[in-house]
Ligand binder design. Structure first.
Ligand code: GDP
Ligand code: MG
Length: 196
């Protein structure tokens, strides 16, 4: 993939030197229109509350270094799940390459919530022996009047699927920073428990 650099400092060195410990590939999956690209754009953004520069590595790939709990972490965020042009292989690819996953549904769309469960099962099947960090993301929390999936249902689903849960709004940028910090924490928890 190619790199369009927004900052003066090249991050080639970052990827190669930190690929072991502090650089995580995070993949957005979920039904179309649930807000994956909107979340990715905030991550990429033009937005002050995530305080660092972002690099666009390709049309569907973003890189950003965050400080989380006093330790820096580089996230490479992949938003290519809906890429029809590339065909079905891209989804198999997505299922294989992530260090962590954000399974997104819309709280205004029950079918997308059911799809999220299906994707969790597919992911478990694709990566059988691995304990992969996953956050179930109920997006569009700003659309209170159109809600079809309750917070309790989202939380219960995450318990069943043994993953974390958060509701976000890309539209009003609620909990988006917390989401990306959260996935870093999930990866670290597993890393730290392996080191013991
Ligand atoms: P994707 O297909 O999963 O990448 O979804 P998009 O990010 O393209 O979003 C689909 C539509 O939902 C767009 O019109 C977005 O503006 C809208 N959208 C995304 N996130 C939110 C949100 O949190 N709240 C509201 N109200 N609309 C959203
Ligand atoms: Mg999209």
């Amino acid at each position: 993939y190619y790199r369009r650099s927004w900052s003066s400092e090249s991050s080639d060195s970052v990827i190669s030197s930190e690929s072991g410990s502090n650089c995580y590939r995070v993949v957005l999956i979920g039904e179309q229109s649930v807000g994956k690209s909107s979340l990715a754009n905030i991550f990429a953004g033009v937005h002050d509350s995530i305080d660092s520069d972002c690099e666009v590595l390709g049309e569907d790939t973003y890189e950003r270094t965050l400080m989380v709990d006093g330790e820096s972490a580089t996230i490479i965020l992949l938003d290519m799940w809906d890429n029809k042009r590339e065909g079905e292989w891209i989804r198999d690819h997505c299922m294989q390459v992530g260090d962590a996953y954000l399974i997104v549904y819309s709280i205004t769309d029950r079918a997308s919530f059911e799809k999220a469960s299906e994707l969790r099962i597919q992911l478990r099947r694709a990566r059988q022996k691995e304990d992969i960090p996953i956050i179930l993301v109920g997006n569009k929390s700003d659309l209170v009047r159109c809600r079809e999936v309750s917070v309790a249902e989202g939380r219960a689903c995450a318990v069943v699927f043994d993953c974390k849960f958060i509701e976000t709004s890309a539209a009003v940028q609620h909990n988006v920073k917390e989401l990306f910090e959260g996935i870093v924490r999930q990866v670290r928890l597993r890393r730290d428990s392996k080191e013991k």
